[in-house]
Ligand binder design. Structure first.
Ligand SMILES: Cc1ncc(COP(=O)(O)O)c(C=O)c1O
Length: 393
């Protein structure tokens, strides 16, 4: 008998140490709060306020009394709005029973993984990947297999390496497309090859598509658009980035109706419905026909060009132009510093906070990530400070 207090195996699988990914960020935020002139580019928070119509709807919805228990799978209006939005990406009709509302894409990943895999199963996720997923994967108890996303391949996965990573226990593959932190966007051919692997090996294919609205090069293909794989593809979406609604916790999962029904049971067990007026606000956001995300994309693209112009030609660092997303990776390998030392010294000497991306997985080594969620002038000032720092290394 173990001594009291005792905890579940699930709880003990989770690390209670602070996530090392946010170490530099936390120090920077504390220094800024203490009054230092720190520019924080280490987190993916959009700088725009949410659309005014969304804010107005919160008030209107509360005034209509939308403050009650709600449908566990999501309210009809928001589910219909998500169906309309994802049907366009899928090129087919997404029916309401294929959608579950979740408070954010991270929760959607949690809920869907808890529905499809468990202890003893295997799961493949290319690295680097969004660091908070480590705990989500830990909660499920799956055995995680990685393949490296390599800078020399533009951080796109090798299909052969994915195939080689599959074991008899592998039940699912999780991809992030467009990718954070690398900004890579998978082509339809790459996605089809991955989906085919999943079909050959009876696996689920889960795609986190939270940066789908911010494409700069090439084209975004949702896994929902892959014909012939509809029985195994699960796409996760959110309004956090596209509509600058991070704090609303507004996300979803779309997949086959059968897995949706199973996830609904978990949603009922865990949440018994999400906030009605938040869902109403999300339905309003999604009814703008993409105007807000288009403006956000244009803003990030302008900033991306500014950053590239400031950093291009530096002797010891080189910015990598992302295909999509809210971030720019900077290759710092010629400096000879490891990414954490680079980030800490940059913070100490020039007061700019960036994220060392080895904390998202070993293949992120030698790079730091900066966010485009900062006004143009501050971003240019940050780029100048980074350049000044790198020039004397
Ligand atoms: C790849 C990726 N997935 C999911 C999330 C979280 O999305 P949400 O706010 O909808 O939970 C983020 C946030 O940075 C992210 O970068």
């Amino acid at each position: 008998m173990s001594e009291f207090p005792h905890y579940s195996a699930l709880s003990l699988r989770l690390s209670d140490e602070p996530d090392p990914a946010w170490k530099v960020h936390s120090i920077a935020v504390n220094r800024k709060a203490a009054g230092e002139d720190v520019i924080v580019l280490s987190i993916g928070e959009p700088d725009s306020p949410p659309p005014p119509a969304v804010l107005a709807e919160i008030e209107a919805s509360i005034a209509r009394g939308r403050t009650r228990y709600s449908n566990a799978r999501g309210e009809d209006n928001v589910i219909e709005a998500i169906c309309r939005y994802t049907s366009k990406q899928a090129g087919r009709t997404i029916e309401p029973d294929m959608v579950n509302f979740f408070p954010g894409a991270q929760t959607a990943l949690f809920g869907m993984l808890m529905t499809i895999v468990g202890p003893g199963d295997g799961l493949i996720v290319p690295e680097p990947f969004y660091a908070p997923y480590t705990q989500v994967l830990g909660a499920t108890g799956v055995e995680v297999g990685h393949i490296a996303l390599k800078p020399e391949h533009g951080f796109h996965p090798s299909i052969d390496e994915l195939r080689a990573a599959i074991t008899p226990r592998t039940r699912a593959m999780v991809i992030t497309n467009p990718h954070n932190p690398t900004g890579a966007v998978l082509t339809r051919d790459e996605l089809t090859a991955i989906a085919e692997l999943c079909r050959e090996h009876d696996m689920w294919l889960v795609a986190d598509e939270v940066y789908n609205e911010f494409i700069y090069t090439g084209e975004f293909t949702s896994i929902l658009a892959l014909e012939g794989y509809e029985d195994r593809t699960i796409a996760l979406g959110t309004l956090s980035k596209s509509y600058a609604m991070t704090g609303f916790r507004h996300g979803w999962a779309v997949g086959p109706a059968a897995v949706g029904a199973r996830a609904a049971v978990l949603l009922e067990a865990m949440l018994f419905g999400c906030v009605q007026f938040i869902q109403d606000a999300g339905a309003v956001a999604l009814s703008d026909d993409g105007a807000f995300p288009r403006a956000e994309r244009a803003k990030y693209l302008r900033r991306l060009d500014l950053i590239m112009a400031e950093l291009q030609g530096a002797a010891t660092i080189s910015p990598r132009r992302p295909e999509a997303g809210m971030f720019v990776m900077i290759d710092i390998r010629p400096t000879g510093l490891d990414a954490e030392t680079f980030a800490m010294r940059l913070l100490d000497e020039e007061k700019v906070a960036v994220l060392p991306t080895h904390t998202f997985g070993p293949s992120g080594a030698g790079h730091v990530r900066i966010s485009l969620g900062m006004d143009d002038d501050t971003l240019v000032e940050a780029a100048r400070r980074i350049r000044r720092f790198a020039d004397v290394l």
